[in-house]
Design a protein around this ligand. Structure first.
Ligand code: R5P
Length: 281
């Protein structure tokens, strides 16, 4: 999949994509625009039981250095764009918040830059991606292009838009693209020449919905997921991540993965609502 890349880049990508070609990335970067959102108020304790199931963690640099032990051995995907929060009119007015050399100092396996294509600040965000691609290339640091939507683009989670945005990330040099799953997703994958991982989006109604999303994305050609809230906002985060892992790395179908999730619920810890006033929107 990454054969033609330089060794350093391939080595970094190997800590994100497992030998079976699939990638289970746990996204916990939400705080960069949402603050201490439900389920991620205390990142260190929230991720501790989940780490053994994942291939990599996607997070902000400050949460890496403050909440992740320095003997962490999974892949590290650092959020490198940001600048607005949910208290602003929209979140698309982003700039780069991390430079490539700083990411390498933090032993990043890759950096993630969001693009909000078609939004008010879309051009700026596209330039953020190109700037990072050029800087990261000098360090053999892979770049994850993230097709973000925000408020203005929230109705754009459909194949025509997502194929457009994903393809543009690939055209501009992203090594992997993160986008949303949608109806007709195989077309999004087919039109994007680099591997795709899917975000989970806001919390779905049931664990089965989460597993179906993962299974269908893989069937359509995604290499994996970069999923957050549907894991750590679940009642039983460890059971759900085990089910997701089952689909990605153990060839389980949805029924089998759901059986695994249900069987683990009695053995794994239920998530406790820590605070009643967390702001999610
Ligand atoms: C966007 O890049 C966000 O920061 C998250 O990383 C992304 O949305 C994946 O998380 P979730 O599965 O909760 O949507």
């Amino acid at each position: 999949m990454f054969e033609n890349m330089p060794w350093g880049k391939r080595n970094r990508l190997a800590s994100i994509v497992a030998p079976d070609g699939h990638a289970l990335m746990l996204a916990i970067d939400h705080g960069y625009f949402m603050g201490p959102t439900t389920g991620m108020e205390k990142p260190a304790s929230a991720i501790a039981p989940l780490v053994s199931y994942i291939d990599s963690l996607m997070l902000s640099p400050g949460i890496l250095t403050s909440c992740v032990p320095s003997d962490f051995r999974k892949g590290i995907v650092l959020r490198a764009s940001g600048g607005n929060t949910i208290l602003d009119p929209d979140i698309d007015n982003e700039e780069l918040i991390l430079d490539a050399a700083e990411a390498v100092k933090l032993n990043a396996s890759a950096v993630a830059v969001s693009v909000f294509i078609g939004s008010e600040h879309g051009h700026r965000t596209i330039m953020n991606l190109t700037e990072m691609v050029n800087a990261a290339s000098k360090l053999n640091l892979p770049v994850l292009g993230v097709t973000a939507v925000g408020k203005a683009l929230k109705d754009k989670k459909e194949k025509r838009y997502l194929a457009h945005a994903s393809r543009i990330c690939a055209e501009l040099g992203a090594d992997v693209v993160k986008t949303y799953y949608c109806e007709g997703f195989e077309e999004v994958v087919a039109k994007c020449p680099v591997p795709i991982v899917v975000a989970g989006g806001p919390k779905l109604n049931t664990d089965k919905d989460v597993l179906e999303l993962c299974f269908n994305a893989i069937q359509c050609g995604a290499i994996g997921v970069d999923m957050g809230r549907n894991v750590w906002q679940a009642a039983y985060p460890e059971a759900v991540i085990a089910g997701v892992r089952g689909i990605l790395h153990e060839n389980l179908n949805v029924t089998q993965a759901l059986e695994l999730v249900e069987s683990l619920k009695s053995k794994k810890t239920k998530r406790i609502e820590l605070f009643s006033e967390t702001r999610d929107e």
